[in-house]
Structures are given as C-alpha cells and as structure tokens.
Ligand binder design. Structure first.
Ligand SMILES: Cc1cc2nc3c(=O)[nH]c(=O)nc-3n(C[C@H](O)[C@H](O)[C@H](O)COP(=O)(O)O)c2cc1C
Length: 497
C-alpha cells in the first residue's frame, strides 16, 4: 500500500508545530487506523538539531538510508550529523534562513527532513499519514511538500491563510512537473507577488524517480466562507476541510469585525470572539466534501455531536500534545499536566505575540516555570520562518520579522507599533520540544501553546494517569461507538492517482 486512503479517518490527530506532532506521535496514531499528522513547520531545523545531538536511536540515519538519492543524503549528513552529539553547552549550528533564492543546500535539507519525518511516521504499518503546513510560511512549502511526497505522504493539511494554489502544486509534483508558488511581498505600493519556482527533476535524477501519489488535500478553515472560497477557487481539487474554531491551539483566525466602524474586538490584547466567528456548518455541509471539526472537540460526546452535524469526525490537538509520544519536552509535559489537574494555569488568545499578526494561543504557567517567564525574552530573528518578504526602493527583495530587534525592524520599513510585544515563536517553540538554542549560560525560553479546552486532558489523566498514550486518547475518543471507527468513503472520494 502507498499510504493513500480507502477510508476516511474518524479522528485526525492535529498537526502541531514545531514537532509537537512528531513522527513518533503520528506513527502511533496512524498505526491504530486514525490519521496521524506530522508537522512540517521548521522541520529542517528540527532535523538538523536532532542530527547535531547525534541522532539518538539512529532513526534519522535509518530514514535517510531509504531516500532515493544517496549523494544528497550524504551531503546533508556530512553537514549536520555530529557523532556522539555536540557538547551540551555548545550552541546549535543554524540552518540558513529561507530566502526566495532557494539555495541548493537549503533545498536539499528541506526535502530530506520532510522525507524523513514522513518516512518514520509511516514505518511499520500501511495506513496513511498526513503532514501539516502553515500557508503563511511560504518559502519552504514546495521542497517540503516534495520531500513528504517522496516518502508517500497520504494527506497534506494546511491552514493559517487560504491555500488556493497548493492543490495544483500537489497535482504538478505528482506528475514530476516544475511548480510555482506566488510569494506575497510587501512594498511601498501595497505589495506584489514573486513567483517562486521549484523543479523536482533538478533534485532527483530520472533513474531514481519513484512513482508519486497525489496526496489528499484538506484545507484548515475557520469559516464556511473560506471553505467555499477554497472549494471554488483553488487551482486543484480540495478533498475536504478541517473546520477549526478559535479555541484550538496554535494560531487562530482573527475575530471578525462586527460592524464597519467597530474596533477589532480585543480586550487587553486578548482576542474576543463572538457569534459571527462561528462557522455555519450547514453551509460547509452544502459544499459536499468531507469535513472534520476541530477546537474543543476532544471528547466522545463532541465526536458524537460532530458526526450528528454531518462531519466525518474530529481533529484533536491538545489531548495529543501532552501524551507520552508527543514531542513536547517531558519537563514541560509534567508541569502542564500537574497544573492542568490543579487548575493553576490559563490559556490566553494573545493578539500581539505572533509575528504573523494572527492571534496565538499561549499557555501561561504558574510558579515553577514563571522564573522562565520573568526573564526578558531576547528580541531576535536567527531562524526566520515567520519573516515577511518586502521590496526596497530599488525593487530588491529583503525580509523582516516583527520579533527582531525593533531598530532593525524599523530600519527595514516596519513600525514600532507592529513590533510591540512580539515574541520569537521560532526559538520559543523549539525550546518547548527540548531543542532550544544555547544562549550565554542558559537555554532559550520555551513558549507553550495549547487549545483552550483542557477538560479532555483532565479526563485522560484521570483515566490513564499522567503517562497516558496516544492509544489511550483514541480509545477514549472512540469509546461511544464502534460504528464511528470506520466511516465509509463515497466512491468519488477515493484516491485515484
Ligand atoms: C501545541 C499545538 C500546536 C499546534 N500547531 C499547529 C500547527 O502548526 N498548524 C496547525 O494547523 N494547527 C496547529 N494546532 C492546532 C491543532 O492542529 C488542532 O486543530 C487543535 O489543537 C484542535 O483543538 P483542540 O486543541 O481543542 O483539540 C496546534 C495545536 C496545539 C495544541
């Protein structure tokens, strides 16, 4: 089997960056017949850092051994692998930041890292595995998707923007054709687009070419309007939708304005959502494509309600983010679960923290990790995944991030207001999975995100203890109905590539 679907999953384990939904978690979920999803966001840096730690367990080297182009893997390995691991006090070497030029070494790392993550998630079973990307992070998308497809990814899921041109890119890559993506570029006159090009044939010689299947494409949407736009205007087939509400973890859609002259609803920089932010499920259903509901749907009762509303199932994040297989560092997992049970922490929807401008769900932990919170977070942009391309007066491309030092950002045409309270999510999220950069005599501070609804996590801990597994989560979610485990897929939805 090539990992494509012949049945729709009832449960999608949500893609959670950076590497919270790693290959280990996705493998555990897919192995049990639901859809495990790895996160492709910043996976090149995750991969390069795992190699610099000596690749404990040899998993990445095992995955690379199956990559179709041995010379490419050799170059990647020679650049990043440190036998026995780097010294603990030594900083990680940085992957060069993404630019529109797509340098060869950068592109190869992107391809091999995405390949390896999907390869490992697929190892040992025949069920499909998905990969999640953010539409906002455009530069790595094409080589990343290609790497994932070389490993036989069954589904690409994308949100945080409207991914109108991704389905066509999947079609093109499955035929080994060069593909294009319009990079959004800010400029004095409102901005324009720069055509990024990627030719898979430049990286895999004809003799080494495997057959590529066109993965399913699911758009992650916050409203029926976006679902309709995707269904009508995308440049290829959209196989379905994850309809995610604002209580979900990670980035959320901004609240909709209630009236023309009213302010963006926000109280002390926290997003406030209203009736208008609820997707109209009747309208989503009318599009005639499978859909899954996400954001506080992590319980058997919610699964029942979702199916009743016409959904094929649910996408769940938070309950999986703290199970034993997830990438969240153990010390953070333990603390979150402890505080979850005692009700000590809170989740806020911060309108300012993310350089993307989207609201971002932040977990504010009490006491034990607050010494970390109190230390000032360094303004920095040395990873650059959330940088925004812009043109200077001469029309040349440059990049800026609202979390970089304010002076730099302003010199590049950004505003002080825009930079205010921004946090380096790239570094913070890497610290949360135990891959934080070494800085001076300390390590980068973690940023923890999760959904607003911790009830399912509480119930998991009560049932299975703090060391609950992905299998425990699935058993819990599916306990009400065995019929829900196998929702038949209509004929026209079967993958035919
Ligand atoms: C730690 C964490 C990281 C997340 N990162 C992403 C991401 O990178 N991309 C994405 O589309 N959704 C992301 N999400 C959202 C999940 O995929 C999922 O849709 C959501 O968490 C579902 O709501 P729930 O947490 O209430 O179950 C993230 C969620 C969590 C908890």
């Amino acid at each position: 089997m090539d990992g494509s679907w012949n049945k729709l999953p009832t449960i999608i384990q949500g893609g959670m960056g950076v590497a919270v939904s790693n290959w280990n978690l996705a493998n555990a979920v897919s192995r049990l017949g639901q859809l495990g999803v790895v996160s492709g966001t910043a996976i090149d840096t995750v991969f390069a850092r795992r190699l610099q730690l000596g690749d404990p367990g040899g998993h990445l080297r095992r995955a690379m051994d199956s990559f179709p182009v041995a010379e490419m893997v050799k170059r990647v390995r020679e650049t990043w692998f440190v036998p026995g691991g780097k010294e603990p006090g030594e900083p990680f070497r940085l992957v060069s930041r993404s630019t529109a030029e797509m340098k060869k070494a950068w592109t190869e790392l992107m391809i091999v890292s995405n390949f390896s993550e999907v390869f490992l998630a697929r190892e040992g079973h025949d069920n499909p595995v998905g990969i999640n990307f953010l539409e906002k992070v455009q530069l790595p998308t094409m080589p990343s998707v290609f790497g994932a497809m070389l490993a036989g990814v069954g589904c690409v899921l994308m949100g945080a923007g409207i991914p109108l041109t991704i389905p066509g890119i999947l079609d093109g890559l499955a035929r080994w054709e060069p593909v294009e993506l319009n990079l959004r570029v800010e400029g004095k006159n409102g901005g324009d687009a720069y055509a990024l090009r990627f030719d898979p044939n430049e990286f895999v010689p004809v003799a080494n070419r495997p057959e590529l299947s066109r993965p399913k494409f699911l758009g992650i949407v916050s409203s029926d309007v976006i679902a309709r736009t995707l269904a009508r205007k995308a440049n290829g087939h959209v196989d379905g939708f994850v309809v995610e509400n604002h209580t979900a973890g990670g980035h959320n859609a901004p609240p909709r304005r209630v009236g023309k002259r009213e302010q963006q609803p926000a109280v002390q920089d926290q997003a406030v959502y209203g009736e208008k932010d609820r997707p109209d499920l009747e309208k989503v259903r009318a599009l005639g494509r499978p859909f899954w509901l996400a954001g506080s749907y992590g319980s058997p009762e919610s699964l029942g309600a979702a199916v009743e509303a016409g959904a094929s199932g649910i996408q769940v994040g938070t309950a999986f983010a703290f199970c034993t297989e997830s990438g969240t560092a153990s010390r953070i997992k333990d603390e979150v679960l402890r505080q979850c049970v005692s009700g000590e922490f809170k989740a806020i929807t911060d309108c300012r923290a993310s350089p993307t401008g989207f609201p971002f769900k932040l977990i504010v932990l009490k006491d034990s990790l607050t010494d970390l919170d109190r230390r000032p977070r360094e303004r920095i942009c040395d990873l650059g995944y959330l940088r925004q391309p812009y043109r200077d007066d001469l029309g040349r491309l440059h990049y800026r991030c609202a979390a970089e030092p304010v002076d730099n950002f302003v010199r590049k045409g950004g505003s002080v207001e825009e930079a205010e309270q921004k946090q380096c999510l790239c570094n913070g999220l890497l610290a949360t999975i135990g891959l934080g950069q070494v800085r001076g005599d300390g390590v980068e501070l973690p940023i923890v995100t999760a959904g607003q609804d911790f009830e399912p996590v509480n119930r998991m801990v009560q049932r299975a203890g703090v060391k609950y597994t992905a299998a425990d989560v699935l058993e819990f979610l599916l306990e009400r109905s065995t019929a829900q485990r196998t929702v038949a897929i209509p004929d026209h939805d079967l993958i035919r590539t």
